[in-house]
Design a protein around this ligand. Structure first.
Ligand code: NAP
Length: 326
């Protein structure tokens, strides 16, 4: 019997290669891509060649209301039996801004919204719909290490603060600068690892959560908000680095991602997968207190978007259904 994998960030870059690989390697997958605006229909049509089954749901991940609508539609389709059992969620979409001042319609800073809260809201709204064995994969980044070895000086390291500060604009000094925007990015990727650790404590047995790092992948759209010099370098000069061990090609990064999604790369729940193997993430990324605080804050920030009838709040594994909706 087939199964469903829900995937964000499949429209281009690393995710586009991964989506094609997932379909090629696992022909029984129903791949449900979450994409912005009207792009989902075209994306699904392009991916649905060779008899592959692909459908789409529209969502702008910078809007929690939009994520809620998408997750509700997915829940409804699963409930109606329009989709085979849900065995995967791939939160691959990501964004990097050149400031820390971009605010989404919900009042949260946009990097934090797309890279952290959107994934959390999907996990929260779908967690009682997963059919074990299932896997949640969140794409993170080795910029979360914050040292030269992992970011070659291109992205400042994370600067952890209270989640209430991180979730809002101007969380970092000189918030109008690219340095602040990139600090928001690396910090959001550290947050993603914290939540993966917390998911392993909170989700029912049989629903794994892993973090994936592609390494530096030049030539994707990630630097699209950067200035013309950085964009030119990312598109035309830095791709030469894929000839060295310091960078990963888009094709290799997509293949690595697909291998983690499909379980070809062995990675126990809670793992950080660095390209093709489970590895240790930064020392800073193992911090149960921050993990719990971030979980609590993410639950609070997203609670207004979860339907009351869903009864989704609380620790599913313990069976409690703590209602935190306001
Ligand atoms: N490139 C690197 O060096 C690198 C290194 C480590 C980790 N990563 C991570 O890898 C993932 C993929 O990045 P990439 O390098 O492949 O960049 P990319 O080419 O810019 O792809 C980003 C993907 O995220 C989607 N996305 C962004 N904001 C969205 C929103 N508001 N609503 C819906 N979808 C949205 C994009 O959709 P649209 O087509 O609609 O924009 C696109 O599919 C990201 O999580 C990134 O942080 C990248």
């Amino acid at each position: 019997m087939g199964h469903t994998i829900v995937m964000t960030g499949a429209s281009r870059g690393i995710g586009r290669v991964a989506a094609e690989q997932i379909l090629r390697q696992s022909p029984d997958v129903h791949l449900l891509v979450v994409a912005r605006g009207s792009s989902g229909a075209q994306l699904a049509a392009e991916l649905a060649t060779d008899g592959h089954t692909v459908s789409y749901v529209a969502a702008d991940l910078g809007s929690l209301q939009s994520v809620r609508s998408a997750a509700t539609e997915i829940r409804d389709r699963l409930e109606r039996g329009d989709l085979p059992p849900l065995r995967g969620f791939v939160g691959n979409a990501g964004i990097q801004y050149t400031n820390a001042l971009t605010e989404g319609p919900d009042g949260f800073e946009s990097t934090f919204t797309v890279n952290v809260l959107a994934n959390h809201l999907f996990v929260r709204m779908l967690r009682d719909r997963f059919a074990a064995p299932a896997r949640i994969l969140i794409t993170t980044s080795d910029t979360h290490f914050g040292d030269f070895k992992h970011n070659m000086g291109m992205v400042p390291g994370p600067a952890w603060k209270s989640p209430d500060v991180l979730a809002h604009t101007a969380a970092f000094p000189r918030p109008d600068t690219a340095a602040a925007g990139r600090t928001a990015y690396s910090t959001s990727k550290l947050a993603a690892i914290y939540l993966v650790h917390e998911y392993t404590r909170r989700l029912p047995a049989g629903i794994d959560a892993v973090a994936y790092n592609s390494g530096f992948v030049p030539g994707t759209g990630l630097a699209r908000n950067a200035g013309p010099v950085s964009r030119f370098a990312m598109r035309h000069i830095l791709p030469l680095m894929t000839l060295t061990p310091f960078a990963t090609s888009r094709n290799a990064a997509g293949r690595y991602l697909a291998d983690v999604v499909l379980g070809t790369t062995k990675a126990p729940t809670g793992s950080y997968v660095d390209r093709g193997r489970a590895a240790r993430s930064s020392q800073e990324s193992y911090d149960p207190q921050r993990e719990r605080e971030l979980w609590d804050a993410a639950e609070r920030f997203t609670s207004a978007y979860v339907g009351r009838a869903d009864g989704l709040s609380g620790d599913v594994r313990s069976g409690s259904s703590r209602q935190t909706e306001q």
